[in-house]
Design a protein around this ligand. Structure first.
Ligand code: NZQ
Ligand code: ZN
Length: 390
């Protein structure tokens, strides 16, 4: 196991009606004026936005708001939000929504006290030294942004979808998680979220670091819980127990718990971000396409951990042929994704003729010559994985 520091100071407030505590919590964390950030309108239709505003009013916290954040959020909304926050003298960002809304709020939080262009942070040209506080009301378990210190934004002009990791500045001070808020999700979005949280665990699970039994078992346990609860939620989307388990799994998958002390991979996410940047597909759907292709490649090049995953998560019988075991695991994973209504190829994702050379060029321009850690991928190997996903 490698040396590590783990510091995850977010206060999670989980359960029914918890959104009514938003105002009191905002006050507890010193907010005088918050900016509510939301997406395309699901929080208006569900009545959640009104309940959040009521809670803020009752606690005497004033607010302004910015809606209209789109999935795969873009830089334009960040600039708009920075302006608004400065004008309104906001001291806390309050995203009410999913990863796209939370990530926009985090980028705004970093951008407000910074004199330069917020995109500098994403290009590695500047470090986030100061940021406004961010607090979350989560409506979709998926990206894990409610417990992570990361934000992912697309710059429209260059179609670069890049992440920024600043856990000591951008981790939310509190996150409100009411599983009932997820009942209104279209099933496809629920399934995309499930694929994303599974991917967050798998990016950490597939490692060459030895002596990581504790995090291996946490990963395997969380994955098997997600799979079990996914079947339940497919049967009954209003099953509170299933929704609650899935929601907490999404946080555990990405708040760092499953990755401590081990080298992580993240090649599949990088491969996917290129796809959602160019073709604007749901991130989780893109991962359902990319991850099985990445694992198929790894079955031939470094099958050990993929075979372990096949056995412990999917019940594939143990044998001496790790590659065969690994491929059987990939097949079960794909079967599960299909059952959830997810695509497992570019074609099923609605992209008949992806411009693979463009994806590969952009990928390695953004991420460097070699990608990932489990097996480091050159341009040729990234291309091979995209081709396996056709
Ligand atoms: O915009 P509205 O109208 O709210 O609709 C949203 C959106 O269309 C809808 N939705 C959300 N909650 C709902 C709901 N509809 C009905 N009822 C509800 N309760 O769902 C759609 C998708 O929302 P979005 O926020 O885009 O989903 P998600 O949470 O999957 O976030 C995806 C983004 O997060 C990034 C992804 O790349 C993508 O841009 N990621 C962020 C990470 C992080 N910050 O740590 C890590 C991830 O790996 C990921 O890259
Ligand atoms: Zn993800």
């Amino acid at each position: 196991m490698n040396n590590f520091t783990f510091y995850s100071p977010t206060e999670f407030v989980f359960g029914k009606d918890t959104e009514m505590q938003t105002g009191a919590l905002a006050r507890k964390y010193g907010a005088r004026k918050v900016m509510i950030v939301y997406g395309g309108g699901s929080v208006i239709r569900s009545g959640l936005l009104d309940r959040v505003k009521q809670s803020l009013q009752e606690a005497g916290v004033s607010y302004c708001e910015m809606g209209g954040v789109q999935p795969n959020p873009i830089d334009g909304k960040v600039y708009e939000g920075i302006e608004l926050c400065r004008r309104e003298q906001v001291d806390m960002l309050l995203p009410v929504g999913g990863g796209s809304v939370i990530d926009t709020a985090k980028a705004i939080a970093a951008g407000v006290p910074y004199e330069g262009d917020f995109w500098d942070f994403f290009m590695g040209r500047a470090k986030v030294e100061k940021a406004l506080k961010v607090a979350v009301v989560l409506t979709i378990p998926a990206a894990g942004s409610e417990g992570s210190g990361n934000t992912v934004i697309t710059k429209v002009e260059t179609l670069q979808k890049l992440g920024l990791c600043a856990p000591d500045r951008l981790r939310p001070v509190f996150s409100i998680m009411n599983p009932e808020l997820t009942y209104t999700l279209p099933f496809y979005q629920t399934a995309c979220g499930i694929a994303d949280m599974m991917a967050h665990i798998m990016e950490r699970y597939f490692t060459n670091t030895s002596d990581v039994e504790i995090s291996d078992r946490l990963c395997e346990g969380t994955l098997t819980a997600i799979i079990k609860e996914a079947y339940r939620v497919k049967q009954n989307p209003n099953d509170y127990g299933a929704r609650a388990n899935i929601m907490w799994c999404g946080t555990v998958a990405h708040n760092g718990t499953c990755g401590v002390g081990r080298e992580e991979d993240w090649a599949s996410h990088a491969l996917e971000h290129e796809i959602s940047a160019v073709y604007n597909v749901a991130h989780g759907a893109g991962l359902a396409v990319v991850f099985p292709a990445w694992m198929t490649f790894m079955a031939a090049h470094n099958p050990k951990k993929i075979a372990q995953f096949a056995h412990r998560v999917w019940g594939v019988p143990e044998s001496n042929d790790w590659e065969e075991m690994a491929l059987a695991g990939v097949s079960r994973l794909k079967h599960f994704f299909r059952y959830m209504g997810l695509p497992v190829s570019f074609k099923e994702l609605g992209i008949d003729n992806p411009d693979i050379d463009r994806l590969v060029d952009s990928l390695h321009r953004n991420k460097g010559e070699l990608l990932g850690n489990y097996v480091k991928l050159s341009k040729e190997e990234s291309k091979e994985i995209y081709c396996l996903a056709l």
